[in-house]
Design a protein around this ligand. Structure first.
Ligand SMILES: C[S@@+](CC[C@H](N)C(=O)[O-])C[C@H]1O[C@@H](n2cnc3c(N)ncnc32)[C@H](O)[C@@H]1O
Length: 288
């Protein structure tokens, strides 16, 4: 884990919001709840279903399921990391939700469940952190019962607006070299964050054996006023506890003075300007 963030619970509860204003935090929660509701709706959950939330984190999907279905379903909170399961246990104990829930510490590449175990498997923003997505999807297929459904949400990070697209060569020293570095690390085939898109996930589903993999691709444009402080945070925040910050990524290509100067120039170019960015996301639904 990095020195910026000690574990996933800290990342989910604090780090990911560190560069946001209160309004942006609220908007992010609204968006997270909307995403969670879509994933749960697509799963078409019925009373009696056995459901696993793989990579449950602090329980976004699990608590969404429990709030709606309570103890009429069997729910497994599952994560590779103990801190996440302890946090979910604490939240569940503090809630008054009637439930039939269990906890499973398990890597999604080797899920500690027999074949044909669950009716529904759910994930949100988990595959994006797994280098071998085929292996994870094969495991999900293996543990589903025949007719069982996998539903998920993933951000397609390689399609996000890039820093160099927000600036011009007139504003940035060595703009082209920074563009090339950014394009290089944003399409790194060994980086779990960037080594996939909607087509590759569709292929993963097919190869795993899913017969009707459906992928709904969505664009989310947004515009806001950038500030120097927020721009500094773009470069200093980690996408997960174990991955480098954007600044650290640029340091693989340039020395520290050059990267600091780049950040300084991006801050000057964009401070107090309205910027427009786009991100691409996918919703997955597939039946065994
Ligand atoms: C971005 S968080 C998403 C958490 C939660 N699903 C949500 O929607 O808030 C990614 C989660 O994947 C989990 N994770 C990372 N690698 C994993 C692995 N190999 N197996 C299972 N879970 C993993 C992390 O512990 C973390 O909880």
């Amino acid at each position: 884990m990095s020195d910026i963030c000690k574990n996933w619970t800290q990342w989910l509860k604090q780090t990911r919001f560190s560069h946001m204003s209160e309004v942006q935090v609220q908007q992010t929660f609204n968006w997270l709840f909307a995403v969670r509701n879509i994933v749960i709706e697509k799963a078409n959950i019925k009373a009696g279903d056995k459901i696993i939330d793989i990579g449950c984190g602090t329980g976004l999907l699990s608590f969404g399921v429990l709030e709606k279905f309570q103890d009429s379903v069997e729910l497994i909170f599952s994560d590779k990391f103990e801190d996440c399961l302890l946090e979910c246990k604490k939240l569940l104990e503090e809630s008054n939700i009637k439930h039939n829930a269990t906890f499973l510490q398990s890597d999604c590449l080797d899920i500690k469940l027999p074949d044909f175990s669950v009716d529904k498997a759910l994930t949100r923003s988990v595959l994006v952190h797994i280098a071998d997505k085929q292996k994870a999807i094969n495991e999900i297929y293996r543990i589903l019962k025949k007719g069982g459904t996998y539903c998920a949400f993933e951000p397609i990070i390689k399609s996000n607006t890039r820093y160099h697209e927000l600036t011009t060569p007139n504003e940035i020293t060595d703009w082209r070299a920074f563009k090339e570095a950014e394009d290089d690390f944003m399409s790194d085939p060994n980086d779990p964050l960037t080594n996939f898109d909607a087509q590759s996930i569709a292929q993963n589903l097919d190869l795993a054996g899913f017969s009707d993999g459906d992928i709904d691709v969505q664009d989310t444009p947004s515009s806001y006023i950038a500030t120097k402080e927020a721009i500094k945070q773009w470069f200093d925040s980690a996408p997960s506890p174990d991955r480098p910050t954007t600044k650290q990524r640029f340091l693989k290509y340039f020395d520290e003075d050059k990267v600091n100067n780049y950040i300084f120039e991006v801050q000057n170019a964009l401070h107090n300007k309205m910027i427009s960015v786009n991100s691409k996301t996918i919703f997955i639904r597939a039946t065994k």
